[in-house]
Design a protein around this ligand. Structure first.
Ligand code: C2E
Ligand code: MG
Ligand code: MG
Ligand code: MG
Length: 283
């Protein structure tokens, strides 16, 4: 009996693995088509100065719709990494977002700063700096308007490659941002050596900040540390006005989250820029 149970359990396990493998294979094939057809979209989420409410720029995020269903980047990015599509996707998202902010500059006169996410695998393959430079040249985005977001794991596990890429791009004015800070296996010693222009504290720290004293204390220490290191501290995942005022009070610089705005399709981002009196968007 126990043996049968084990067998059934194994069968269930086996089927679960098989169907998730099948989904990944299917998604991978469709994703390759989507990349080939240039179907990956960029959406833009506003970043705001917590003290003044001033618009500080957009973060570009990749989006992909498959047969009417929006597939989360949390699902398609790891697949793209596995099947060698991540360079094309990250560069396409950057390209579309850069094209957009440059086009809007002509219409509004605003030099909107732009952040984009760069996967670890992009640092492991040659030619990342050149690919980014190509986008800058093709779109005419000034390099000092671009920030590259990388996660802690990327920074720690690809130390040399990251240094090499940044040593090419930084002199042009491109900035580096440490994304999802607090979730990886870093890091304090790395932080000192890396000198990120920006640190983005992960949403998990903010979620409990209203109720949990310890979270608040931890948050405060991270703010102090970021300021001490001379980095701009961005808080992501702000969903309530209360969270916004707590993190603002503690001295964080920039906020991003559904409370301010969800990520916007380019047409929405266009009206966002027009509707707000964004007079002096600058860093
Ligand atoms: P991330 O870079 O940390 O981006 C922030 C994520 O949090 C986004 O999810 C955004 O939609 C979400 N978010 C923003 N504000 C809130 C909020 O107030 N509450 C909640 N619950 N969520 C909020 P998204 O777009 O699903 O992306 C997830 C992750 O996938 C990103 O995390 C990033 O690591 C990765 N990603 C997305 N687009 C790209 C891309 O083009 N290239 C690469 N390499 N990675 C990407
Ligand atoms: Mg990010
Ligand atoms: Mg993040
Ligand atoms: Mg995050």
């Amino acid at each position: 009996e126990a043996k049968n149970e084990g067998k059934n359990l194994f069968k269930l396990f086996d089927e679960t693995i098989r169907s998730s493998l099948m989904r990944r294979t299917e998604i991978g094939a469709k994703l390759a088509d989507a990349v080939f057809n240039d179907d990956i979209r960029a959406v833009l989420q506003p970043k705001l100065c917590l003290a003044t409410g001033k618009f500080m720029g957009f973060e570009a995020l990749g989006r992909w719709r498959l047969g009417g269903e929006e597939i989360s980047p949390l699902e398609f990015i790891p697949i793209a990494e596995k099947i060698g599509l991540i360079r094309k996707i990250d560069i396409a998202v950057l390209h579309k977002a850069a094209e957009f902010v440059v086009r809007e500059e002509a219409a509004t006169g605003l030099k909107v700063p732009l952040s984009t996410n760069i996967s670890a695998l992009n640092f492991r393959a040659a030619g990342l700096a050149e690919a980014i430079q190509d986008v800058l040249w093709q779109t005419k985005l000034e390099p000092d308007r671009l920030t590259l977001e990388l996660t802690e794991t990327v920074a720690v596990e690809n130390w040399n490659a990251v240094q090499e890429v940044l040593s090419i791009l930084r002199p042009m004015g491109v900035r580096a941002s440490l994304d999802d800070f607090g979730t990886g296996h870093s890091s304090l010693s790395y932080l000192r050596r890396f000198k990120f222009e920006e640190i983005k504290i992960d949403r998990s720290f903010i979620r409990d900040i209203e109720e949990d004293k310890e979270t608040r204390f931890l948050f405060e220490s991270i703010v102090d540390m970021a300021i001490g290191l001379g980095s701009t501290l961005v808080v992501e995942g702000i969903e309530t006005s209360r969270q916004a005022s707590i993190v603002s009070e503690k001295g964080a610089h920039i906020g991003q989250g559904f409370f301010f705005s969800r990520p916007l399709e380019l047409t929405e981002a266009k009206s966002y820029l027009q509707s707000k009196n964004l007079g002096a968007a600058q860093r």
